[in-house]
Design a protein around this ligand. Structure first.
Ligand code: PHE
Length: 449
């Protein structure tokens, strides 16, 4: 089965691809403002602890399962079950993951399209093509449809190239670009008036806030979304890792880079917001909380850029380019989930599978755009608030309870014969069996309530 599957060419290639999937819109527009409104560095500490104590074990479950079966998510989950009923549940869980990954992509592509539009609009305005520039940044069905379609074509194009020539090659180009752009933006913004106030708000810890259970739950939710867990993305990427690689340490590197970039993004976003405040831009909502998410990205920051003249144009272009890159390396990992399944299950060519799935998900995005008020928020909630935790739970149950311990151990021993005496094997299996399912179940219950 492994013969005509792709494989990452190098460890670094995998790390770029997996962190590319993990680092997305969530890290940059969610985490920093959440931190600032919830105890600053104290929140970051909770986030870090949760990412390692709970999200990392689930990430490992996906990577190990994927690498063991070297197959798509349905093949992997049925592969470790040896009874009829568990196999059926495994297949259904895998299929559910494929549907949720596709749903996430269907709204993600719309937002990513806006990022592309903003990136191009600034240079267009400089060239005097203001009406085109305005069209790209103003909300309209035609703009939403066109930009979503362009973004989808880019995603499909990369996936058609395959694991090594598509995903790995592009992630290896785009991720260093993203990190360098982010560092340059941070360095510049920190020189502006007001930046230090933002930095203080971001970093001075307020431990009184972090004891709230609501906060801990929302930090955990962000950690799950941010590490792309549940839907089979990391499982499928894991299935392309060579047997010689040491999974626990590769997984730790991916988690560390993802959290690191979320923290670094805060060094850009918070100072930028307070620079904006210094220049008269409103950065608080009516309730007194810091503006966040889409309002932050598409209203507050553009207002700041507008006050900075030529530097603002460069800054804006670089910032929206950064967001577009972050979105693209995540969206390819979402599309890979259904494509890997179709290629392996129905023996279609990767080209055909990518084109057809891209078109189908593009149609779904189109449907959301045409019924924006009703569908946009609903699809986000359905896929990320309910779908992802539920899938994470099922995944832990499969790896913790259905997969035979000996086979699991044998998988880890492939590149570490002493793994059974190490810390990872002492802690991780208990986590996946007991701790993770219970905590995820609590989050899920809370999100329903
Ligand atoms: N991790 C991505 C982000 O932070 C989102 C994502 C979710 C990607 C699920 C793949 C699968 O934006």
């Amino acid at each position: 089965m492994t013969t005509n599957r792709g494989q990452f060419g190098s460890r670094l290639g995998f790390i770029f691809a997996a962190t590319g999937s993990a680092v997305g819109l969530g890290n940059i527009w969610g985490c920093p403002t959440q931190a600032a409104s919830n105890g600053g560095a104290a929140f970051l500490l909770v986030y870090l602890v949760l990412a390692f104590a709970l999200a990392y074990p689930v990430l490992m479950a996906e990577l190990i399962l994927g690498r063991h079966t070297h197959g798509n998510s349905v093949a992997a989950l049925t592969g470790i079950a040896n009874r009829g009923l568990t196999r059926t549940i495994g297949a259904l869980t895998g299929l559910f993951g494929i549907v949720v990954a596709s749903l996430i992509l269907s709204f993600y592509a719309i937002v990513a399209g806006w990022m592309l539009g903003f990136t191009v609009s600034y240079p267009l305005n400089v060239l005097g093509m203001e009406s085109a520039g305005n069209w790209l940044t103003e909300f309209s069905t035609s703009r939403n449809l066109s930009l979503m379609a362009i973004f989808m074509v880019m995603t499909v194009g990369i996936i058609m190239g395959g694991v090594k020539e598509g995903i790995e090659r592009w992630s290896t180009r785009l991720m260093p670009t993203l990190i360098i752009t982010l560092l340059l933006l941070v360095a510049y913004v920190l020189t502006l008036d007001g930046a230090m106030t933002g930095l203080k708000v971001y970093l001075i810890p307020d431990f009184s806030k972090i004891l709230s259970s609501q906060l801990i739950l929302s930090a955990l939710g962000s950690a799950f979304f941010s590490l792309s867990l549940g839907v089979g993305t990391m499982l499928v990427y894991g299935s392309y890792i060579a047997d010689r690689e040491h999974l626990p340490s590769i997984g730790a590197q991916v988690a560390l880079i993802d959290v690191g970039i979320a923290v670094l993004a805060g060094f850009l976003i918070l100072p930028a917001m307070y620079v904006a405040a210094e220049r008269g831009v409103d950065i608080f909502s009516a309730s007194g909380a810091l503006l966040s998410e889409d309002t932050l990205i598409f209203t507050v920051l553009p207002e700041l850029f507008a006050t900075l003249g030529t530097a603002g144009v460069v800054l804006a272009t670089a910032f929206f380019f950064l967001m577009s890159v972050a979105a693209l390396t995540s969206s390819i990992s979402m599309l890979e989930v259904p494509v890997a399944f179709i290629v392996e299950r129905f023996s279609w060519s990767r080209r055909t599978a990518a084109l057809l799935m891209g078109a189908a998900i593009g149609c779904m995005s189109g449907l959301i755009i045409l019924n924006f008020e009703t569908l946009f928020g609903a699809v986000i909630a359905l896929s990320t608030r309910y779908g992802q935790p539920l899938l994470g739970l099922l995944l832990c149950v499969f790896v913790g309870w259905v997969w035979q311990r000996n086979s699991l151990l044998a998988e880890l021993e492939k590149n570490d014969p002493n793994v059974r005496h190490g810390l990872f094997w002492k802690i991780w299996p208990v986590y996946v069996r007991f701790v993770c399912p219970v905590i995820i179940a609590i989050i899920f219950y809370r999100s329903l309530a």
